[in-house]
Design a protein around this ligand. Structure first.
Ligand code: CA
Length: 398
């Protein structure tokens, strides 16, 4: 087991070095490659894609029509020299498909499975300590409402910012739940006895550093500054705290094995211009109605928007729903959304979120989703709750 792990790690390390070069290399805008038997494969999944991404079945779409469409060249065959041999795998909230998200246990399991990066979402406590939690609120992943029933704000929510680290340590972390208390993903971890805890960003960085040192690996970190504007209003500079932690643990700097991510474009600018951060940065892209920030995500996905993003960021993190051209799909074609070309033109690394093995687009297999990301979108990797299927697919790819 250990031997396998070490072999895999070494292999991964080599790939990681290869990836560094890949990240920086200019990409041809439409040079979206197909490998050995891709046309038949893609044609075969077209009907599923149409349904999955548009909710409709394309009228008159037939295998031959779709194959002909592919031959017409909106997807180009690639020369062997252009084929990338790597696809970055990012453990989304640790191995969150198998253990409660963002716990040290989830990070440890993720490490053992061999991803390129492990993600940490970061919020700040009352005593200004960065902790690894996905939300500024606590009740979706902890028992805060039982331990500190009176400590909610007027909106009924419990804010991590209102608790000291010592208080947060008294909570138990559980699998993500809806407001009715039911697990969001019912087949994930169902145990009730193991005492999972909120952990600090330093604990996560130290854990990954120490495991890398002992196993000779180079698993990177991928922290996200959550709701920076909220934190500034609360009187704390969350980005500065995260940048300082990245630098303190050797993950920062131009050659640091990390990406810093944020949904707030003004904050991404501030990280570069005011904080002078030199490490790799990813601009996350969501929908305007999610309320993640004041950023206009529709504008970001324009030629001008992508040019602006590229002035400050090394890459983008779009969600799956933005990647394909919905209109083309209703006609039985799989094409990347038009704006994806602007991202490629600006040499932006593309790391979409989120692969979930238990919430795949309807009618699609695991491999089909990954094939589309890799070959149609030209994505450079993916955030995944489930590392095992994605790593298995990548093994075959490489
Ligand atoms: Ca995140």
């Amino acid at each position: 087991m250990l031997r396998n792990r070490l072999l895999f790690s070494q292999n991964d390390k080599n790939k990681s070095q290869a990836r560094t070069a890949i990240c920086r290399k200019p990409r041809a805008a439409h040079n979206i490659g197909l490998r050995s038997q891709p046309k038949a494969k893609l044609a075969a999944i077209l009907p599923a894609l149409v349904v999955a991404f548009t909710g409709t079945v394309a009228a008159g779409s037939t295998f031959s029509a779709m194959a002909a469409n592919n031959e017409n060249g909106q997807i180009h065959a690639d020369t062997k020299e252009n084929v990338e041999t790597h696809f970055t795998v990012i453990a989304h909230r640790g191995a969150s498909g198998y253990l409660p998200e963002h716990t040290l246990e989830a990070a440890t399991l993720a490490f053992s499975l061999g991803p390129d990066f492990i993600e940490q979402d970061v919020v700040i406590t009352k005593d200004d300590i960065p902790v690894v939690l996905h939300d500024i609120h606590l009740e979706t992943v902890t028992n805060v409402e039982n331990v500190f029933p009176a400590r909610h704000r007027d909106d009924g929510r419990y804010y991590a910012r209102d608790f000291t680290l010592e208080e947060l340590r008294q909570l138990r972390v559980h699998e993500r739940a809806n407001s009715d208390g039911k697990q969001v993903f019912k087949d994930r971890y169902r145990g009730t006895r193991a005492n999972f805890k909120v952990a600090t960003l330093s604990e996560h960085f130290e854990l990954i550093s120490e495991l890398n040192r002992q196993f000779g690996t180079s698993v990177g970190v991928y922290p996200e500054v959550k709701s920076p504007a909220f934190h500034i209003k609360e009187g704390v500079d969350a980005s500065k705290i995260v940048v300082d932690a990245l630098n303190a643990y050797g993950f920062g700097g131009e050659s640091g094995n990390s990406y810093l991510q944020c949904f707030d474009f003004n904050e991404v600018k501030r990280v570069r211009e005011t904080l002078g951060y030199k490490g790799k940065v990813v601009m996350l892209i969501g929908e305007n109605d999610w309320g993640e920030s004041d950023t206009d995500y529709n504008w970001l996905r324009t030629q001008e928007g992508m040019q602006q993003v590229a002035l400050y960021a090394d890459g983008i993190g779009p969600w799956l729903g933005h990647l394909l051209d919905n209109e083309a799909m209703t006609q039985g074609k799989i094409e990347a959304a038009a704006w994806i070309a602007y991202a490629h033109e600006n040499n932006l690394t593309i790391h979409p979120y989120t692969y979930r093995h238990d919430a795949l687009p309807a009618g699609m297999s695991s491999e089909q989703v990954l094939e589309v990301l890799d070959k149609v979108v030209g994505a450079d990797g993916v955030f995944t709750d489930h590392l095992v299927p994605v790593l298995r697919w990548r093994e075959k790819l490489n």
